[in-house]
Design a protein around this ligand. Structure first.
Ligand SMILES: *Cc1c(COP(=O)(O)O)cnc(C)c1O
Length: 425
C-alpha cells in the first residue's frame, strides 16, 4: 500500500486542526451574522462544488484551442462555456474570463489601451471610485497620469465637469463605475464626451453587474468599449474578474493583455465556478434576484431616510445604499463597530467631500446582494432598517460613550439569521 495514503484520505480537521478551527469559526460567523458589506455575497452550492472539484490542479496557460500544455480538452470546453455565457449576460462581442480579480481585469484594459504616462480620467475615491482607477498608491496611479472627476454636492456625477476635464486633459481612457457611487450612470453621455476627445471608455461595473445581467440597471453596451467586473460581488459567483468588449475586434488585444500581458495561467476551478454562476445569471429567476436586491436597497434608503439619516443622492439605483452620517455627528468607523456588536456587518465608506481619513470616514455603505441571496426580502430589509436606525440613534445620543450592545436587537438579528440558513450543515 502506498505510504502517502494520508495525502489523499485525511480530512482537514484531522490533518490540520489549527486551520480547520479558524474555518469553523468563520462558518459560525457567516451563519449567525447578517451580511450587509456590499461586496460580500455567497456562492451557490453547485458553484462551490465546481470550485472544489478535480479541475483545481491543472495548469492551462493560453486559451481554448491554443494551450501550452497537454491534457486540456476538458478545460477548453469549460472556458468556452464561461465565455459564451459571459457574452450573453452582457451582450458583448468578446469576453475574457481569466482575470484573477477585478483589479486585474482593469489592468488588462489598461495594458490593451494605454502606455505608461498616458492620461486616465476617472472618478475620485471619495465620490465612489476604486483604487485600481488611478489612486497614487496603486500601480495604476504610479504608471498613468490620473485626472479625477467628482460629483455635485448632492452626490451625482458632474458630467459637465467631466466634459471640461476631458477637453482640457485629452485622456486616452475614461473610466466610469466604482465602489460606492449609488446611481445609474449615463453611459451615452460618457460615450459622447469620450468620442469628442478620442478616448476609449471603460465601465467597471463590479458592484452592479448582477443588476445589469438581471436587467435592473442600464447596460453599458453599445455605448462603452469595455466592461470589467468582479464575479464575486453582486454577480454572486466565485472570487475573480472578467472583461467584456463591445466589439469582437478588440478581443485579441484584450486576450493578449490578460495572458501573457499581466497574468500567467488562469485558475481553472474558478473558471468552472464562473461558468456555473453565469449560467445561473442567465436564468429567468435571476431577474427576480436582481429586482429584489434593488428593492431591498431602496427600502434601506427610504426607511433610514425616514428616520432622519441623510442618504447620499437621496436614494439608490444600485445594490447598496450610502448613508452620510455627518448630520448625526458620528463617523463611519463608529457606526461600523456599533452594528458589528449587534451582529450586522456593514462598512465605513468615504462620502463625497469627506474630510475624514479612509480609515474613519463619514459614511456607511450597506449592500443587499448577500441578504437576498440568502432568501431575505422586503420584510427583512425593512426590519433591518429599523434595527440599524435604533443602534445608530443610541450611538448618536451618547457621543464618546462605550455603549453595551442592546440585547434585544442582538437577539432579533440572530433569530433573523437563524430563519435563513446557509448551506446544509
Ligand atoms: C471590488 C472592486 C474592484 C476590485 O476587485 P478585486 O477583485 O478586489 O481586485 C474593482 N473595481 C471596483 C469598482 C470594485 O468595486
Amino acid at each position: 500500500m502506498s505510504t502517502n495514503a494520508w495525502f489523499f484520505e485525511d480530512t482537514l480537521s484531522k490533518a490540520d486542526p489549527e486551520v480547520a478551527l479558524h474555518i469553523a469559526a468563520e462558518e459560525a460567523r457567516l451563519r449567525g451574522q447578517i451580511e450587509l458589506v456590499a461586496p460580500k455575497n455567497y456562492l451557490s452550492r453547485a458553484a462551490r462544488e465546481a470550485m472544489n472539484s478535480m479541475v483545481v490542479f491543472a495548469t492551462i496557460e493560453g486559451y481554448p484551442g491554443k494551450r501550452y500544455h497537454a491534457g486540456v480538452e476538458n478545460f477548453d470546453a469549460i472556458e468556452r462555456l464561461a465565455i459564451e455565457r459571459a457574452k450573453a449576460m452582457f451582450g458583448g462581442g468578446h469576453a475574457n474570463v481569466q482575470p484573477h480579480s477585478g483589479t486585474q481585469a482593469n489592468q488588462a484594459v489598461y495594458f490593451a489601451t494605454l502606455s505608461p504616462g498616458d492620461t486616465v480620467l476617472s472618478m475620485d475615491l471619495a465620490s465612489g471610485g476604486h483604487l485600481s482607477h488611478g489612486l497614487k498608491s496603486n500601480l495604476s496611479g504610479r504608471w498613468f497620469n490620473t485626472v479625477s472627476y467628482g460629483t455635485t454636492d448632492e452626490g451625482f456625477i458632474d458630467y459637465d465637469a467631466m466634459e471640461q476635464l476631458a477637453r482640457e486633459h485629452r485622456p486616452k481612457l475614461i473610466i466610469v463605475g466604482g465602489s460606492s457611487y449609488p446611481r445609474a450612470i449615463d453611459f451615452q453621455r460618457v460615450s459622447a464626451i469620450a468620442a469628442e476627445v478620442g478616448a476609449a471608455t471603460l465601465a467597471d461595473v463590479a458592484h452592479f453587474s448582477g443588476l445589469i445581467a438581471g436587467k435592473q440597471y442600464p447596460s453599458p453596451f453599445p455605448h462603452i468599449d469595455f466592461l470589467t467586473s468582479t464575479t464575486n460581488k453582486n454577480l454572486r459567483g466565485p472570487r475573480g474578474g472578467l472583461v467584456v468588449c463591445r466589439d469582437a475586434a478588440m478581443g485579441r488585444k484584450i486576450d493578449s493583455a490578460v495572458f501573457p500581458g499581466i497574468q500567467g495561467g488562469p485558475h481553472p476551478n474558478v473558471m468552472a465556478a464562473k461558468a456555473v454562476c453565469f449560467g445561473e445569471a442567465l436564468r429567468p429567476e435571476f431577474v427576480e434576484y436582481a429586482s429584489s436586491v434593488l428593492k431591498c436597497a431602496r427600502i434601506l434608503a427610504r426607511e433610514l431616510g425616514g428616520r432622519g439619516y441623510k442618504i447620499v443622492t437621496g436614494g439608490t439605483d444600485t445594490p447598496f445604499t450610502m448613508v452620510d452620517l455627518r448630520t448625526r455627528g458620528i463617523t463611519g468607523d463608529t457606526a461600523q463597530k456599533a452594528l458589528e456588536e449587534h451582529g450586522i456587518t456593514a462598512n465605513r465608506n468615504l462620502v463625497p467631500n469627506d474630510k475624514e481619513s479612509p480609515n474613519v470616514t463619514s459614511g456607511l455603505r450597506m449592500g443587499t446582494s448577500a441578504i437576498v441571496a440568502r432568501g431575505m426580502g422586503e420584510t427583512e430589509a425593512s426590519a433591518l432598517a429599523g434595527m440599524i436606525a435604533d443602534v445608530l440613534d443610541q450611538v448618536a445620543a451618547n457621543p464618546g460613550k462605550d455603549l453595551k450592545p442592546d440585547a434585544n436587537i442582538v437577539e432579533k438579528v440572530s433569530s433573523m439569521a437563524a430563519k435563513f440558513p446557509l448551506y446544509p450543515v
